[in-house]
Design a protein around this ligand. Structure first.
Ligand code: FES
Length: 62
């Protein structure tokens, strides 16, 4: 794999992954495809793990 992938860590929030196609293999083996960007939860409060749902705003993640 040679494509460049950019990951931006947002202060007190998610990590943003940028790439044309982002493929996630979930714990149950299913595949989730995101195009362009994906936001990964770092605060562990999201109800849509592993993706950010904005819950970090409520839990005041630092
Ligand atoms: S970082 Fe956004 S919900 Fe966890």
């Amino acid at each position: 794999m040679t494509e460049k992938v950019r990951v931006k860590i947002h202060k007190n929030a998610s990590a943003k992954i940028e790439a044309d196609i982002i493929e996630f293999e979930m714990p149950d083996g299913s595949i989730v495809i995101k195009e362009g960007k994906a936001f990964i939860c770092r605060c562990v409060k999201s109800s849509k793990q592993p993706f950010c749902d904005g819950a970090h705003k409520e839990c005041k993640f630092e």
